[in-house]
Design a protein around this ligand. Structure first.
Ligand SMILES: C[S@@+](CC[C@H](N)C(=O)[O-])C[C@H]1O[C@@H](n2cnc3c(N)ncnc32)[C@H](O)[C@@H]1O
Length: 740
């Protein structure tokens, strides 16, 4: 159990609207394509309120609130260092910003490492990141655990799933799968039932339905909503929200827990959805969570409401009155259904809608939010309950959704569908980096080339995704990686997969856990697009490094040795894979270094520092190593102008004459700022020099260096002082302004 956090009194913020004014329904920023790049703090006292100071606040003290307007943060010299810190850490993924109330739903889900979790509407992935952190409860500052559970993060918007992949890249996980399908028709996945070949449906222990909504709860920060909001927004979304929730309920395990949330305060998008779902799917109840997060100020859910029925703020007390107001010939086209209104009073009582939570902006100076926690009724209660209008289908039956039903659902959601599909052209697309396991290029044709006797997933040609192929644990490449890094026999080599048409290791090796392996083996993914599974751990070193090493080896050794050394030296451990692989690396094979040796500075300052330029104490350690991929650990302490609050573990590459740090440029700069207090990298020095250069007016280009010395150690959590993609990325959430 997490320690209960206190209210996350977040910063209200302002931002340009992300809403698409061409459509009837406006969506919240979280639901809108460019949401991750907006939002600015609006208010008041300049304070860095670290929630970390109080154990009772956010779990592990990993959330901070920063109440400073974006402009102030960017322009004030006092915030320069902090701003640099935020920019770098956000870019490398150690820090993510989100509205504080948005952080509530995952807390109410109470995820544990063994849980099977489904995040139905996950993009851009802020809550997915929180769920991942919970799944990775056993992680240490420098190593990542391999949780036995599973997180499937899904979104129906293909482009937004890339944002999701990018967000979750800060916590690379062998337990993560990202899928792309309409959540209201999420297909049944299967798993082997016990030892035999019998399959059973995969039911989830935890499901988050953070559904698309009108976003009227964010009206303080998204001022554009004032302009485009209209009363029919919520009415148009109600049907889709309901279908997503109903689908989730059918996929929930009997002991499971489900959280439904929106950033809307419209009862039609909230209590009306919950009420109808409870009425139509028997055996569920709202959980009374009034004692959880006790200091969170909230109001009970509404038990009565009257929806608006058109843009001109018409109201009808009942559905019947509404229908009666429509000319008979047009009744079939009525935009609203019975479920937009509350059920009859006597039925409402039994639903306990007051157990829903409404978080109003004035309660603790936050955005508005709605959260409801659902679970199956215990056996006794379920048997005695008989919802009058219940559809005669229980959650246990878990029917798959057929294509025709899917189409029908799509038609019903006409307004909504038209909102969710388009994506602004200028929305930042995912840039594949080391830390973003982008799938390898899709094959031409259907991509269904058979792997040679290997376990494989063919996928569906409709999706043009590369297949997921587990390679045998004795594969020559896998074994060469095992040898090169001196991995222990416990390394789960059977869970290494590749993603390319041939099913052979050609560019990248990914690692999943056993459960993801079982899910991939048991399902064909014909009804949904599987975007990623597991985390990338090794990649082929195709650059001059590999070739140079091969040539060097060829020059000095016989043919056979050349082949072996060339293979081993051509694959390298990725920085994002290091935390997962590290527990399996034989400790004796790790190069143990001290900050005082000056080696870290040398590695940071140059791209390919010559081995001869390192101080002897480090040089001798490297010289005995083979060419290729290695791991170096700098121990906690101080020295050479640097400070480490915990060990820093890094992947390096040994060439014939040089040793290089294998982390990407931004991660290197971020790490340098954290450890040395300044950006010592080539790029950082160049940027600083540029800033200092006098302009025509004789004034330096900026008041302060472009990359000011890093944020003070005090502002940086201990866990973050490892390099971003190198030690376990620090799960830091910043409510309010991230300033990126
Ligand atoms: C409120 S946002 C989710 C925010 C996300 N949970 C987070 O914390 O970053 C709603 C998401 O639902 C997605 N969506 C809309 N319709 C959907 C559907 N039918 N199935 C799955 N996702 C859908 C949108 O693309 C959007 O990303």
């Amino acid at each position: 159990m997490h320690p209960p956090p206190a209210p996350l009194s977040p910063t209200p913020s302002t931002s340009p609207s992300d809403n698409d004014d061409d459509n009837d329904v406006t969506l919240c920023t979280d639901c809108s394509p460019a949401s991750t790049s907006t939002a600015a703090a609006r208010t008041s006292p300049s304070s860095l309120d670290t929630l970390a100071q109080n154990e009772n606040r956010y779990p592990e003290g990993l959330a901070w609130q920063f109440n400073v307007p974006k402009k102030v943060l960017r322009k004030s010299p006092e915030f320069k260092k902090f701003h640099s810190f935020l920019v770098f850490e956000t870019e490398v993924g150690n820090v993510s910003r989100q509205e504080a109330v948005s952080m509530l739903p995952p807390l109410f889900l109470d995820v544990l490492p063994h849980h099977k979790v489904l995040d139905m509407c996950a993009a851009p992935g802020s809550k997915t990141a929180q769920l991942l952190e919970a799944l990775h409860l056993a992680d240490e500052p420098t190593t990542s655990s391999i949780p036995p559970g599973l997180l499937i993060a899904n979104d129906s918007d293909y482009k937004r799933t890339h944002l999701l992949i990018h967000q979750s890249a800060r916590l690379p996980s062998p337990a993560l799968m990202v899928t792309n399908v309409d959540a209201s028709i999420f297909p049944v996945l299967r798993l082997p039932a016990g030892q035999g070949s019998k399959m059973e449906p995969l039911l989830f222990d935890r499901i988050l339905c953070d559904v698309p909504c009108s976003g009227d709860g964010t009206i303080r920060k998204n001022v554009g909503i004032w302009k485009y909001w209209n009363p029919m927004d919520g009415n148009g979304l109600h049907g889709l929200q309901l279908r997503i929730l109903q689908r989730a309920m059918r996929m929930l395990h009997s002991d499971g827990r489900l959280v439904y949330s929106t950033c809307s305060l419209n009862p039609v998008e909230n209590e009306a959805v919950i009420a109808e779902a409870l009425r139509t799917i028997p055996g569920f109840e709202l959980v009374d969570v009034s004692t959880s997060l006790p200091t969170l100020q909230r109001c009970p859910g509404m038990t009565a409401w009257v929806p608006t029925t058109d843009r001109n703020l018409m109201f009808h007390d009942t559905y019947e009155a509404y229908i009666a107001s429509i000319p008979e010939a047009k009744r079939k086209e009525a935009k609203m259904g019975k479920s937009h209104w509350p059920p009859p009073a006597e039925e409402v009582k039994g639903l306990h809608l007051d157990r829903c939570m409404r978080i109003y902006p004035h309660l603790q100076d936050t955005g508005g939010f709605f959260v409801a926690v659902l679970q199956r009724k215990s056996a006794g209660k379920a048997a005695s309950a008989s919802p009058s209008s219940a559809v005669k289908r229980t959650a246990d039956e878990l029917p798959d959704v057929e294509e025709s039903e899917a189409k029908k659902a799509k038609l019903e959601a006409d307004v909504v569908a038209s909102k969710d599909e388009p994506m602004d052209q200028d929305t930042p697309a995912e840039t594949p980096t080391e830390a973003t396991p982008a799938p390898e290029a899709a094959p031409k044709g259907d991509g269904n080339v058979k792997g040679k006797g290997k376990e494989r997933q063919d996928g569906d040609s409709r999706f043009k995704e590369n297949p997921y192929t587990y390679i045998p644990s004795d594969d020559v490449i896998v074994q060469s990686c095992v040898r090169q890094l001196s991995l222990k026999p416990t390394f789960p080599a059977a869970n290494v997969l590749v993603r390319n048409p041939s099913g052979e290791p050609s560019r990248s090796l990914y690692l999943t856990n056993d459960l993801v392996h079982a899910v991939l083996d048991a399902n064909d993914f014909k009804k949904m697009r599987l975007m990623t599974a597991g985390t990338k751990i090794f990649t082929k070193q195709d650059s001059g490094f590999g070739r140079a090493n091969k040539n060097a080896a060829a020059a000095k050794e016989g043919e056979e040795k050349v082949e072996k050394e060339a293979v081993e030296s051509q694959w390298r451990l990725l920085s994002e894979g290091l935390p997962v692989v590290l527990p399996y690396v034989e400790p004796a094979s790790i190069i143990e270094a001290e900050l005082a040796s000056g080696a870290l500075r040398t590695l940071v300052e140059g791209y390919y520092p010559l081995t001869s330029t390192f101080a002897e104490v480090f040089r001798v350690l490297v010289e005995v190593k083979s060419l290729g991929s290695h791991v170096v650990r700098f121990k906690t302490g101080t020295g050479d102008g640097a400070s480490l609050t915990h060990d820093l573990v890094l992947p390096i590459w040994k060439s014939q004459h040089s040793v290089s740090l294998m982390i990407d440029k931004k991660a290197k700069s971020a790490m340098s700022l954290r450890v040395f207090g300044e950006d010592l990298t080539v790029a950082g020095r160049e940027a600083a020099a540029k800033q200092k250069k006098p302009t025509a007016s004789g004034v330096s280009a900026a008041n302060t260096p472009a990359v000011a010395s890093g944020a003070s150690g005090a502002a940086i959590p201990a866990a973050a002082s490892g390099a971003s993609a190198v030690s376990t990325p620090a799960p830091v959430a910043v409510a309010g302004e991230a300033g990126a």
